[in-house]
Design a protein around this ligand. Structure first.
Ligand code: MRU
Length: 355
């Protein structure tokens, strides 16, 4: 990001909840302001993107991340290009390719570009911004609806309430225009007094659970406990997990679900221990054009994200996929804003998406 961010563009803020992303129009020209998630929880620092290259850098570095938020970033990125007079089609290509797995990114970009094309060059900037804001509002509404459907599902699966929920990665307000996906369900249950314990996977190697979910859970006053990803097996064996709730980056037409690496082992553990495994995602994460899990492109990240942790001996090679794919038969239910798909079938998914 270096070249695109003047020092004065970095503004620390500590008062209350900071939105993960917002559009601003100072006299110097429109900007997209991001809460830098690489700096959380120790520092709440905002990045001000004045151009698409800066935003692409922020997406790749995970300053802005999580499927629904990537969709918003993509749409606002197109709006930024249009407002600042850059080539909108070129900018859209750059943005859509910034990360490959979360289909929301491409969805947000394509939707914004379609609005631009329809409005024409003169009215395009206003039209594309309006589209990005509409997507933002829809995402917030989807969060609320998913929280309601998720709570209803848990009530059916686990009568009695007082849930001990295991989650992976980060799926809260940091990834959404609203309260998120899986963590939106957890937040609603917490407010209703139904959350006995939130088990938070660290989420190696970039620690989205330890840094971001713990940050959100602490702010909300949830009863939560952090665990190393490798401790999940013994937690299941001890009978301490009632249900697994996770988000998704892309759900194929057959229900196979790509989510943060480490999700698939949780689904295997859940099946072995007879625990429901539930995916919570908006329909914008369902990609009916991708037939199955094998067709999902899984982002491979630099090995240094793994080797630099310890650090490992110089020259060590690392296997570092950002996501893994859980097959549909291991998924108890997929919760969307339009309702719940269970059992997970291609027909059920297509119908919830209105296709
Ligand atoms: C609602 S967020 C769902 C997923 O996007 C989330 O679980 C996840 O895998 C995020 O990965 P990240 O690499 O941090 O962008």
């Amino acid at each position: 990001m270096g070249d695109h961010l003047a020092q004065s563009d970095v503004r620390p803020e500590n008062n209350g909840a900071i939105p993960a992303l917002r559009w601003e129009e100072p006299p110097e020209g429109p900007v997209l302001v991001l809460l830098d998630q690489t700096r959380l929880p120790h520092e709440e620092v905002e990045l001000v993107c004045t151009d698409v290259q800066a935003l692409v850098g922020a997406i790749r570095s995970l300053a802005v991340r999580g499927a629904p938020l990537l969709g918003l970033a993509g749409a606002y990125g197109v709006a930024l290009a249009a407002a600042r007079g850059y080539d909108v089609e070129d900018a859209a290509e750059l943005l859509a390719r910034a990360r490959p797995t979360a289909v929301n990114l491409e969805y947000g970009v394509r939707r914004a570009v379609a609005a631009y094309r329809e409005a024409g060059v003169e009215r395009g900037p206003a039209a594309v911004l309006a589209e990005a804001k509409a997507l933002h509002a829809e995402d917030a509404a989807a969060s609320t609806a998913m929280a309601g459907h998720g709570a209803g599902l848990l009530g059916e699966l686990l009568p009695g309430g007082g849930y001990r929920i295991l989650t992976h990665c980060n799926t809260g307000a940091l990834v959404s225009g609203g309260e998120g996906t899986a963590l939106a369900v957890v937040s609603g249950l917490h407010r209703a007094g139904e959350l006995r314990r939130l088990w938070v996977d660290e989420t190696r190697p970039l620690l989205q659970g330890a840094r971001l979910t713990a940050y959100e859970a602490a702010r909300a006053g949830m009863p939560y406990t952090l665990l190393a990803d490798t401790a999940a097996g013994s937690l299941f064996a001890a009978g301490e997990v009632d249900v697994v709730l996770v988000g998704a980056d892309r759900i194929a037409a057959d229900g196979a679900t790509a989510n943060k690496v480490g999700t698939y082992p949780l689904a295997v553990l859940a099946r072995h221990h007879g625990v429901p495994f539930v995916v919570v995602a908006p329909v914008t994460t369902v990609d009916l054009a991708t037939p199955d899990g094998a067709s999902i492109e899984v982002e491979q990240r630099p090995g240094s994200e793994v080797t630099d942790l310890a650090p490992s001996p110089l020259g060590t090679q690392a296997y570092n996929p950002a996501f893994d794919v859980t097959p549909p038969d291991l998924i108890t239910a997929i919760v969307t804003e339009n309702g719940v798909v269970s059992p997970v079938t291609p027909e059920g998914l297509a119908s919830i998406c209105g296709k």
